[in-house]
Design a protein around this ligand. Structure first.
Ligand SMILES: Cc1cc2nc3c(=O)[nH]c(=O)nc-3n(C[C@H](O)[C@H](O)[C@H](O)COP(=O)(O)OP(=O)(O)OC[C@H]3O[C@@H](n4cnc5c(N)ncnc54)[C@H](O)[C@@H]3O)c2cc1C
Length: 427
């Protein structure tokens, strides 16, 4: 049987030079005394993990593999759609991680993380051995009901930020006054439970200022949503008569969609949109499936370490992981990355894993540029479950019917939260 050492020897002969040329890695092989963590996905989860493992375990070689040179955050992408910020506001790169933290960053697409040989296989055929791997690929979409790959050109989901954000912004900004903006909101579980409703709020803000005769219809594939009371209070106050929310039970259920013509068929009628923001149901990123890390749509993990329950030495963090009751959020991914980084660093130093520090999530949403609401939670992770500590009094929601000063303050905190997260991850 091939073992890791002999495998590395084979590799050295075939791929070392070409990898060295494109990445600055001088050796692809992994000498017995060297530890290497390969992280795939440079988003909230992966980039945080790279930085924190380097901090906890400076002698470990860290390779971060991300297919794109720039990362556009979904947080604050709704402000771009509403014209409050330009796309550059949500753009980040990996230069500081490379230069300041000495992390090897490769911009490549990964085909598979192979737990049988402890190697990462790139789409271009190159192979990189690892001691431990972290997989943080985020989400992919379920293409069904007529929404297929390519439909996002006509009916953008804008649920991965960047090009899609720009497209939805252009469509909204060129919509006629008096037009109808239709959103199809996904079933649970999905990335950022309050995300669709923050988007609706900020689209309503944009329409009220720029195209006041327009309206919004939300066809929701569920009957309730995150921070619903707070959003609806804000909508009543700021956007009366602009927003119509239809739950799945009361007219929201989508039967099929014609993205090109922007027509959505529900059980009762055909809804014609001028701009159609179709957010499909979701599952773990493709890489997780191709690497054998999924059970159903998502990746089961040991929640004390975030190691996959299915493949040894691979850790899954962020949206792709099953970490309920934590929501699939950037803050959750950042929090989980730190736990995985801590435990991996301990294992590499031959120390036992510890009961992890508490996990947390805070999520701010803007109902308007000066009207913020939030939810916060603290969690405890044991091996097989994560517990929300709300019964101990941790976390909470913004107060209902608070005065304008409090809403304004929360909108300012939202900006502060974003700046802090970006600095924690990329600086
Ligand atoms: C509209 C909206 C608003 C949001 N607002 C908030 C908010 O206010 N607060 C909050 O906490 N969260 C928010 N979120 C959620 C947040 O964006 C996600 O939860 C977070 O991005 C998840 O991080 P991740 O690391 O799991 O995945 P991602 O951030 O998506 O990163 C995955 C990375 O992996 C890369 N990748 C995937 N496959 C491969 C491969 N095969 N090879 C190489 N690279 C690969 C991708 O290019 C990507 O960069 C929002 C989401 C949306 C859609």
């Amino acid at each position: 049987m091939i073992n890791r050492r002999s495998f590395n020897k084979i590799l050295l002969g075939t791929t070392a030079l070409s990898l060295a040329a494109c990445t600055g890695i001088t050796e692809v092989s992994l000498p017995a005394n060297k530890k290497r963590v390969v992280i795939v996905g440079g988003g909230f989860g992966g980039a945080t993990a790279a930085k924190y493992i380097k901090r906890f375990s400076p002698d470990t070689e860290i390779i971060l593999i991300e297919q794109n040179k720039e990362y556009f955050t979904c947080p604050f992408s709704n402000t771009v759609i509403a014209g409050m910020n330009k796309i550059d506001y949500i753009k980040h790169d990996y230069k500081t991680l490379e230069k300041k933290y000495n992390i090897i960053v490769m911009h490549e697409k990964v085909k598979k993380v192979d737990g049988a040989t402890n190697t990462v296989i790139l789409e271009n055929g190159k192979v990189i051995p690892y001691t431990k791997a972290i997989v943080a690929p985020g989400i992919d979409f379920k293409y069904e009901k007529g929404y297929v790959e390519g439909s996002e050109k006509y009916a953008p989901h804008a649920y991965k930020a960047g090009e899609q954000t720009v497209l939805l912004t252009e469509q909204l900004h060129s919509m006629k006054d008096g037009g109808t903006f239709v959103m199809v909101a996904p079933q649970n579980p999905f990335r950022c439970p309050p995300g669709p409703y923050e988007r609706i709020s900020l689209v309503a803000h944009y329409l009220k200022e720029n195209k006041p005769n327009s309206k919004i219809i939300i066809l929701d594939q569920k009957n309730k949503f995150s921070k619903q009371g707070l959003f609806q209070e804000g909508w009543d106050k700021l956007y009366k008569d602009i927003i119509e929310w239809r739950s799945v039970e009361f007219g929201g259920k989508v039967v099929s969609v014609d993205p090109k013509n922007r027509v959505v068929k529900t059980e009762d009628e055909e809804v014609k949109a001028d701009v159609l923001n179709y957010i499909p149901d979701q599952k773990a990123g493709k890489l997780a499936f191709d690497s054998g890390l999924t059970q159903g749509d998502w990746c089961p993990v040991n929640t004390k370490t975030f190691e996959s329950k299915l493949v040894k030495d691979i850790y899954v963090i962020g949206d792709a992981a099953v970490a309920s009751p934590m929501p699939k959020s950037g803050f959750s991914a950042n929090s989980q990355a730190k736990i995985a980084a801590l435990q991996i660093s301990r294992i590499l130093a031959n120390q036992p894993v510890v009961n992890p520090p508490k996990l947390a999530n805070t999520c701010y949403s803007l109902v308007s540029p000066t009207y913020g609401i939030s939810i916060a939670a603290v969690y405890e992770a044991q091996e097989d479950k994560i517990t929300d500590l709300k019964d101990l009094g941790a976390g909470g929601l913004s107060p209902a019917y608070a005065d304008e000063g409090i809403r304004m303050q929360e909108a300012e905190y939202a900006v502060g939260w974003y700046k802090n997260q970006m600095s924690d991850i990329f600086k």
